[in-house]
Design a binder for this molecule. Structure first.
Ligand SMILES: NC(=O)c1ccc[n+]([C@@H]2O[C@H](COP(=O)([O-])OP(=O)(O)OC[C@H]3O[C@@H](n4cnc5c(N)ncnc54)[C@H](OP(=O)(O)O)[C@@H]3O)[C@@H](O)[C@H]2O)c1
Length: 301
């Protein structure tokens, strides 16, 4: 976890403010389920939001945040126990959510997941294609073919599959917003992250192409590119034998070195609020871009 700074094209990277936004601006959806959430109001009242990879981390925080703003949230992930727990947490808070087990590496499961969310809630207004993995730092020539395929099939092929099955639903009902969770590794990397960086760079191009193809259909496609965020994904780098407290200290030390601006990692909730902002009509003219939200990580040399 070294510093690894690099110049970043200002034309492609746009810092986002995530507060004080109003109105969802995505097409309405009439569904039988989720009445309570819609009744409570909020920026996403009456909207259906689909999230891949919401059993933990940024996706989980986004599911909670969208539901708190009135959305009906359909989400997936492979770990059923965690999925059910997130679903229960949202419902206990008066929100509406449905967990559907799906592995984004499997075309049949992604197609079924998207279709079930649409059937359950009567449409699809916002998709946050977020599922992703990271592997322990490994030089490119030592990455196994299996590791490479696992990262690529989750972090870029899984995004392609989600877009493939989401876009026809959105075109069919006149529009929507598609977000993809990219990474600051779309713009710069560090040693040991070759497979992850290659997949995340792929996100930039896929988002651009999908944005151009779908702008005439009133569908925006945008990548949220988080910097270092304190989620369980980082645990792949946890050295053996550290206590939880030591690992927290190690992450804080690394963040202080690596994030030149705020000198800390983001909280998952800060990425969730950025996602809610990007999906809102405050960003109605935004499409095809990758929006860096990194606390100044890439601003420093
Ligand atoms: N944390 C960071 O510093 C950081 C920085 C930049 C970008 N990101 C990106 O943010 C996204 C979310 O990561 P996170 O940091 O929130 O990590 P996380 O807490 O580990 O969450 C990853 C989520 O993706 C799901 N997932 C992984 N593989 C999947 C598969 N094959 N099928 C379905 N779901 C799958 C996981 O669920 P299951 O394991 O239950 O399947 C989990 O819900 C990723 O795309 C990651 O690359 C993270």
């Amino acid at each position: 976890m070294g510093r690894g700074k690099r110049a970043v094209s200002r034309r492609r990277v746009i810092g986002a403010a995530a507060a004080g936004l109003a109105g969802a601006g995505v097409p309405g959806a009439a569904g039988a389920a989720g009445g309570r959430a819609a009744e409570r109001g909020g920026r996403y009242a009456g909207k259906t939001v689909l999230i891949t990879g919401a059993t933990s981390g940024i996706g989980r925080a986004a599911a909670v945040a969208f539901a708190a703003e009135g959305a009906r949230v359909g989400f997936c992930g492979r770990r059923e126990r965690l999925g059910r727990a997130v679903e229960e947490e949202i419902r206990a808070a008066g929100g509406e959510a449905t967990y559907i087990r799906a592995d984004v590496r499997r075309p049949d499961e992604v197609e079924d997941f998207v279709n079930r969310v649409v059937r359950t809630y009567g449409g699809l207004d916002v998709a946050l294609n977020n599922a992703g993995i990271q592997k322990p730092f490994t030089d490119v020539h030592e990455v196994t073919v299996q590791e490479w395929d696992d990262v690529a099939s989750t972090n870029i092929r899984g995004i392609f599959l989600a877009l493939k099955y989401e876009i026809p639903h959105m075109r069919g009902r006149g529009g929507g917003v598609i977000l993809v969770t990219g990474s600051s590794n779309q713009f710069a990397t560090r040693p040991g992250l070759g497979s992850y960086t290659a997949a995340k760079n792929g996100v930039s191009g896929l988002v651009q192409a999908a944005a151009l193809e779908n702008a005439p259909h009133n569908i925006r496609v945008v990548a949220l590119a988080p910097g270092m965020t304190d989620t369980p994904m980082l645990d792949v780098h946890r050295p053996d034998g550290l206590t939880d407290e030591q690992w927290a200290q190690e992450k804080a030390r690394f963040a202080a070195l690596g994030v030149d601006g705020f000198k800390r990692m983001a909280r998952p909730e800060e990425m969730a609020s950025a996602a809610l902002a990007l999906a809102s009509p405050d960003f109605a003219f935004q499409t095809g871009a990758s929006v860096l939200v990194d606390g100044g990580q890439l601003a420093g040399l």
